[in-house]
Structure formats: C-alpha cells, structure tokens
Design a protein around this ligand. Sequence first.
Ligand code: TXA
Ligand code: MG
Length: 315
Amino acid sequence: MPETRLLAPDAAGLRDAAAILHAGGLVALPTETVYGLAGDATNDHAVAAIFAAKGRPRFNPLIVHLADLAQVDRFAALTPLAQRLAAAFWPGPMTLVLPLREGSGLSPLVTAGLNTVAVRLPAHPVARALLAEFGGPLAAPSANPSGRISPVTAAHVLAGLGGRIAAVIDGGACAVGLESTILDATGAAPVLLRAGGLATEAVEALGLTLGSPRTDKITAPGQLASHYAPRGRVRLDVTAPEAGEIWVGFGPCPVAALSLSQTGDLTEAAARLFHALHEADTLAGPEGRIAFAPVPDTGLGRAINDRLRRAAAPR
Ligand code: TXA
Ligand code: MG
C-alpha cells in the first residue's frame, strides 16, 4: 500500500474519502470520541480489511456509524427505550446495541454473527459530512493498532496505521477523546456495556435506572465455547478429507467443495468465513460432516482459527 493520504476536511477531501470508501478502501475519520477506522459496513472485504489493518486477533463486533434516525431504522429496530435515549443523546458519544433487522445487508463480520447491532450517530461535523457524502453505514472501531492507545489526532492515526490504510481526514483533535458509552437498549431498561464519553449520570437524569449486564446473557461471541456452529460435525486442520465430508479449502485444494481463499489470502478468507460456514452447513445438512483445511495462525488467521475452533467445539 502506498503512503496514507492526509485529506483536508473540505469538499474535495470528503469527496475523495467517499470515493475510497465506495471502492472498499479504508479511511480514518475524526469523531468527537476518537478517530475511527471506517469502511463500508455492507462490504465483507472492507470490514475484513479493518481487522487486518488493526491487527485485531478476534472479530469483536464493530460499531456502525449512521447519519440519522431514518438510517438507523433501516438496519436496527428502534425500541421505545432507544427512541428515548436517541432523542436525548444523539448525535453524540453514545452507542446503542439494538436488535438487528433481518436482511439488513450489513456484513456478518460487523455483528460477529450476533442478532444485535451497535449503532451510533456521531456529532463531529466532519464525521457527519462524510456520512452524508458516503450515503451508507460505516463500520468504525478506533483507528489504532490492536492493543495500543486510541488516537485522538490525525498524527496519532498516521503514527499507528500510516502505510496500512488509504487515507485519514484531518479534523483536528477529538473533543471527547474517550470512546462512546455503550448501552444495550434491546430491553425495557438500559444496560451499561462499556463506560465512555457519555456519563451514566446523564442517562439516570432521564429517570432511567441502569441495569448491570446479565452474566447468563451472551453479549459478545468470545464468551461462548461453541459458536458459529453448523449443525453437522466439524473437523479442523484436515489435509485429506474423508469420503462424504464437505471440505472447505484454503490455498490450492483442488477437490474442495468450497474455499476460504484459493490464493491463500487471509483477508479474503476472513471476509468469506461466515459465508463459507453457512454454505457448508447447507451442503452438509443436519447430519453431515464438514472439514476445514489448515489456516495459518498468523494475522487474521488467528481470528479465523478462533472462530473455527468455536464452530468445531463439542456441544
Ligand atoms: O467512540 C467509539 O465508540 C469509537 C468511535 C470510532 O466511534 N469506536 C469504538 O469502536 O470504540 P470499537 O470497535 O473499539 O468498540 C466496539 C465495542 C466493542 O467492545 C464490542 O464489544 C461492542 O462495541 N459491541 C459492538 N457490537 C456489539 C453488540 N452487538 N453487542 C454487544 N457489544 C457490541
Ligand atoms: Mg478500540
């Protein structure tokens, strides 16, 4: 990848940024919380590239950034609680976890296969202008390499991700500088999932009582040993499939029924993973057997293998 472009937050810069995003590229953008690493949330390859650029070892679900409530309504169900919180705190440093609409068109990598989606209307004028120019949903985690400090200036973004993403829009320093507060708004009362840029006192000032996360409720995929599991039996690291097994290849596997990536490209494999699991499940049926070729345990391969281990775990 050539040098990361530094774009001005003017009409020309926003037009260039939107064109990069429409082509599946990644653009870091200022929000009032932290700089986000944005990609088209409906494009599997763009979302997989976000994980690759950050070096994220796991497919944590990502926040979807939207322009207005009408857009939210296309991807998520606005519960009565969500409408109340939205009226009080959007646009702003609050993220709501809401029921995902069926057929939303979002990449399954954005939601990590969950039936909920985290959405936010950012307040930063540059983020809002880019969302308007782009016209669709933008998935954006903080624009830093995994495990490092979140970026609150364009220079921070360049120091961490320069050369690994197409562009960064320079919108100055972030006003909030702390990630958004995440509230689960799927039920009757809000549940705090992550403390952040919106104080919980402000939520309570609406007369709402914050619930604490239910420990019996799975809100993140990493909490479940068996997950993303097809109905049939799954074997891993298979180089010679048994007769009747649906073999999912990686790299050159001439007799494989399906492939994560024929060229052995981990970003492509990540983008295809959930699709391949669904397709293998359909082909194999409830009593069938599925075998995956070995995937290298480096880069995005670690996240792929994490998900494959869950798919193959005893249940
Ligand atoms: O301020 C922010 O929130 C920044 C800016 C760029 O918007 N974004 C950010 O994204 O911090 P990220 O990817 O670092 O954090 C997303 C968090 C994760 O911890 C994930 O567990 C949670 O949101 N999350 C996303 N979808 C979820 C879901 N469906 N259910 C529960 N938690 C979810
Ligand atoms: Mg982060």
